[in-house]
Design a protein around this ligand. Structure first.
Ligand SMILES: [Zn+2]
Length: 179
């Protein structure tokens, strides 16, 4: 266990991130996107080498989901009505330079949602390799949807820069927890 990451329950907590702008008083809280990608892709490589692709994708989705829950609970106002909540999410993702979010579809009777992110932090500009790569984002969006709706979501990326699209497109489905 890495102790600095843990809260009282032995889990990651938002406080583990610390007060970046106070503690990096000269450099501040920003850094280039290539550094984020360098970190993520080398980590992905190492995980695939040790555990295989399937497990790695699952790790990215699960950690993304935890990040999405923390992000939603610490950054977003979860009490807002649907349209205002998504307007807020859109604004925060753009302001933090994570990506430009759009909602293409939402069916309030089934919970099915289709979202796109353009200029995505993870993949915009990547070569076409024929498979989606934004597994962390799949989890992140699932975690945000779960925190907002209080229901479990599965989010799958259906289009990505790496499949030849110019936006990442994500479909979200409610998970029937009884199944
Ligand atoms: Zn993508």
């Amino acid at each position: 266990m890495i102790k600095f990451l843990q809260d009282g329950n032995g889990k990651f907590s938002w406080n583990s991130i610390s007060n970046i702008s106070k503690r990096r008083n000269n450099l501040g809280d920003e850094m280039p996107v290539f550094m984020y990608r360098l970190f993520q892709y080398t980590l992905r490589d190492e995980l695939i080498a040790r555990f295989g692709k399937e497990v790695t994708i699952d790790i990215f989705r699960k950690s993304g989901e935890r990040a999405g829950c923390e992000f939603a609970q610490n950054i977003l106002d979860l009490a807002l009505p649907f349209n205002e909540f998504f307007a807020q999410l859109q604004e925060v993702l753009q302001e933090k330079k994570i990506g430009i979010l759009r909602i293409e579809k939402f069916d309030s009777s089934t919970g099915h949602i289709v979202l796109t992110i353009s200029e995505d932090l993870d993949c915009s500009g990547l070569p076409v390799v024929g498979e989606t790569v934004c597994n962390y984002d799949e989890g992140l969006l699932a975690g945000i949807l779960k925190s907002y709706t209080k229901k479990s979501y599965q989010v799958v990326e259906v289009d990505c820069w790496s499949t030849g699209s110019r936006v990442c497109r994500f479909e979200g489905f409610l998970i029937n927890e009884k199944e």
